[in-house]
Design a protein around this ligand. Structure first.
Ligand code: NAD
Length: 243
């Protein structure tokens, strides 16, 4: 079990990729804290996964909530070794129709939220001279996508943020990496029409969509001591879509 005695904090852990990562971490011996704005699903997910997993209701874009939650988690579990910045939303519209509110809602959660949670947790990681941070970006942050200017900007921002954090924290034995998933089967992608799904499928050399478990396997590696000399990287997990 590669995460024995580790405490992991996963944002957006109620569903999709976050829940898949939580399940994998529990199997590998970690104590897991999942936080999410969706308390009902978060509580159910924690019950279903079973084991040393705890749900906290938290909106990553609310600085006060983030500070209070991190404080109570550190009081309760005495440390946080691993942070997975996974919570994220989409609010797709072509640029001509995109309002300032559409833009800001996505940046506030995906980018500013990632900043707020990282800032709240890194102080303790610095003190203990150990940390693993994995940020969930997207291939869209690398190549762009029509209708997703706000989302693409937030994910490209996460990539720049990842590299800056990696440089600032490398000397403290804290690694910071990003994963750029392509098309993974979750709640976020199931709302897309069959036509859009077929369009993406044609762009994927492996000819199939990814599963939350594929993402969880890579997150596990980057969160473990097996990746201790890797920092500041962005790894695409996309069936060959971007190469
Ligand atoms: P999802 O919608 O299933 O899960 C996202 C979770 O984040 C939800 O449980 C939601 O309630 C939570 N959340 C939303 N806003 C929040 C907030 N302000 N504070 C706390 N929690 C919040 O989607 P998913 O596909 O599992 O996405 C997870 C991450 O992976 C996102 O950052 C997404 O952008 C990224 N991603 C997904 C795909 C994909 O194909 N599914 C591809 C690339 C990147």
């Amino acid at each position: 079990m590669v995460l024995e005695s580790k405490v992991a904090f996963i944002t957006g852990g109620a569903s999709g990729l976050g829940a898949g990562i939580a399940k994998k971490f529990i199997q590998e011996g970690a104590r897991v804290i999942i936080c999410d704005v969706d308390a009902e699903t978060g509580t159910k997910t924690a019950q279903q996964i079973e084991g040393n997993i705890h749900f906290y209701k938290m909106d990553i874009s609310d600085e006060e909530q983030v500070k209070k939650t991190v404080e109570s988690v550190v009081n309760e579990f005495s440390k946080i070794d691993i942070l997975i910045n996974n919570a994220g939303i989409t609010n797709d519209k072509l640029l001509l129709r995109m309002t300032k509110q559409d833009w800001e809602s996505v940046i506030a959660i995906n980018l500013t939220g990632t900043f707020l949670v990282t800032k709240a947790i890194m102080r303790d990681m610095i003190k203990q001279r150990y940390g693993r941070i994995v940020n969930i970006a997207s291939v869209v942050g690398l190549i762009g996508n029509p209708g997703q200017a706000n989302y693409a900007a937030s994910k490209a921002g996460i990539i720049g943020f990842t590299k800056s954090c990696a440089k600032e924290l490398a000397g403290r034995n804290i690694t910071v990496n990003a994963i750029a998933p392509g098309f993974i089967e979750t709640k976020m992608t199931e709302v897309l029409s069959d036509e859009v799904k077929q369009y993406y499928l044609k762009l994927i050399p492996m000819g199939k969509f990814g599963l939350p478990e594929d993402v969880a396997n890579l997150v596990l590696f980057l969160a473990s001591d097996q990746s201790s000399y890797i920092t500041g990287q962005v790894i695409c997990l996309d069936g060959g879509m971007v190469m």
